[in-house]
Design a protein around this ligand. Structure first.
Ligand SMILES: NC(=O)c1ccc[n+]([C@@H]2O[C@H](COP(=O)([O-])OP(=O)(O)OC[C@H]3O[C@@H](n4cnc5c(N)ncnc54)[C@H](OP(=O)(O)O)[C@@H]3O)[C@@H](O)[C@H]2O)c1
Length: 241
């Protein structure tokens, strides 16, 4: 796209939303043109960005891509808006139900969409390592332990489920455990256990910036693409396009 990509941040008042807004302000490839939260905002404009509540979604200005880190309750309305406006959607919202996953899948026929349970480079590498370990450790127990802050609503985390899919794709049967404690940003331990030995693969996120930077990077590259269902690797691999 020529010029700055216009981004709508959905879930703007949340932990991820605020991180996205802070990091987007330093980027030259995009600008935030609207910030949407669940509840109506106390302040209508902050640093030049207009704020909206979920009930005011229809009135947001034109945008090229929505970056969504909110809760499942707001997802359907955002997806409908992106379809109506022919805008791209990047979503990291976890805990979507089957109907929402199906709606996202079919939206790929009309607009570019990208959902990922985790936007960090480290977890992408962990996913690859888990698949490789599961492929050779046939018959070993596979356990995934995820830890997050006490205000996280869904369990197991979306990332744990993605890691489990990587293991299951190679024949393992993953079991999950979830810990909710303090202010943990996100930790995932994938453990392969046999008799007398154990392999542990761990990723620890200590800062939300890794997820927000990944999502903004992807959003700037997804806007203006052909309709389709994209993965992070697809967008990065066509970086020069
Ligand atoms: N994929 C990844 O890499 C990744 C990384 C971290 C987190 N996440 C996921 O991102 C999501 C947000 O996490 P968080 O920690 O930022 O959560 P959070 O702090 O609880 O923030 C949630 C945000 O969603 C808004 N919201 C709630 N209902 C809404 C609705 N109906 N319409 C529009 N907005 C609505 C909230 O607005 P109000 O404050 O007004 O209610 C708030 O801005 C979660 O699903 C989490 O699992 C994904």
């Amino acid at each position: 796209m020529s010029g700055r990509v216009r981004v709508l941040v959905h879930g703007a008042s949340g932990r991820m939303g605020m991180t996205l807004l802070r990091l987007a302000a330093d980027r030259e490839d995009l600008c935030v043109c609207a910030a949407v939260s669940g509840r109506p905002p106390k302040q209508r404009v902050i640093d030049g960005v207009p704020y909206f509540g979920a009930s005011e979604l229809a009135g947001v200005p034109a945008f090229d891509v929505a970056v969504d880190f909110s809760l499942p309750g707001g997802f359907d309305a955002l997806l409908a808006l992106c379809l109506k406006r022919r805008a791209a959607l990047v979503s990291g919202t976890t805990g979507l139900d089957d109907a929402q996953r199906a709606a996202l899948e079919s939206a790929g026929g009309s607009i570019p969409v990208l959902w990922a349970s985790n936007f960090s480079l480290g977890v992408a590498v962990l996913q690859d390592l888990v698949a490789r370990a599961a492929a050779v450790l046939s018959g070993w127990d596979c356990d995934i332990v995820e830890s997050h802050h006490t205000r996280k609503l869904d369990a197991p985390s979306g990332t744990a489920l993605t890691l489990g899919e990587a293991a299951a794709g190679q024949g393992a049967t993953p079991h999950y455990a979830s810990i909710r404690a303090g202010d943990i940003v996100g930790e995932h331990l994938v453990q392969f256990t046999s008799h007398g030995e154990r392999i542990e693969l761990v990723h620890r996120a200590t800062n939300r910036d890794i997820f927000a930077n990944g999502a903004l990077h992807v959003a700037a590259r997804l806007a203006g693409r052909n309709p389709g269902h994209y993965a992070i690797a697809d967008v990065l691999s066509v970086d020069a396009a």
